[in-house]
Unconditional design. Sequence first.
Length: 317
Amino acid sequence: MRTIPHNPYDLRRHDLPAILATIDAEVRERFGEGTLPEDIPSLVGQPRERFGMAVVTLDGDVHAVGDARVPLAIQSVSKVHTLTMALHEAGDALWRRVGREPSGDPFNSLVQLEYEHGIPRNPFINAGALVVDDVLMSLHADPENALLAFLRARTGNPRIGVDPPVTAEERRSGPRNIAVANFLRSFDNLACDVDAVLDFYSFHCALRMDCVDLARSVLYLANAGECPVSGERVTSAEGATRINAVMLTCGTYDAAGDFAFHVGLPAKSGVGGAIVAVVPKVMALCAWSPALDAKGNSMLGGYALHRFTRMTGLSVF
Ligand code: GLU
């Protein structure tokens, strides 16, 4: 009988604490690389010499290193959660209002929206996320609490919440998002009040979670749509496959091709410096370090995930 020389999916073969410790040491050597975002005041002044990483397996094991329990602004990582809720509740009708192709443009660009008649390329650029928010607002009387309940159930952490000053600051510092929302409205692709949609968008960008909770919050995407923490079905198996596909192709701004090349996992990043990633059927991960590369992804978070998939062989390719 032919034997598989090395099956990366057999987690007993990996010394995960040692792998994370190695990555942590390598990353700390590189502190200073990358830049902090300039357009979000609360992120400008934050300490940049921080790194945390968490791995949560479907068997229930949690491995964490560095600053993995420090709460951070999850920013655009929240777009995975809102997409999951909207897709589960609105079904495939959602895809009539938002596409699923990489944009190749910055996340807050207006250009494509004009010539593609108000249908955003994908749910992870800001225009697409605003449409997803509009869908959720049409379905929930209190979308903010519905999202909080979703995240608390995914993680088992009832304390997850937002930073109210950051919500207010996001709201004030987002002229481009205001333009995008009004643009969507002019194409009849936003049904709710524009200001209310922008409030909800700012709210979920200002959510604070740590790496362990962030990894847990997407574990259902490794588990065919069922949340291992609460036992609930969060989305169908097909929904999870599709969300993973959109994360792989569109989840890391316009660097998704490079990310697939170097890391090889469905992932979603945010300007707060967090990146969540999924190894289908095995685990979810989160790596966080605040300084970003030129495309807006965490410089050292991306490096950490690259090292992880190289050291374990756990990429989808
Ligand atoms: N609140 C940020 C914005 O909309 C989120 C950006 C991000 O994390 O991609 O501009």
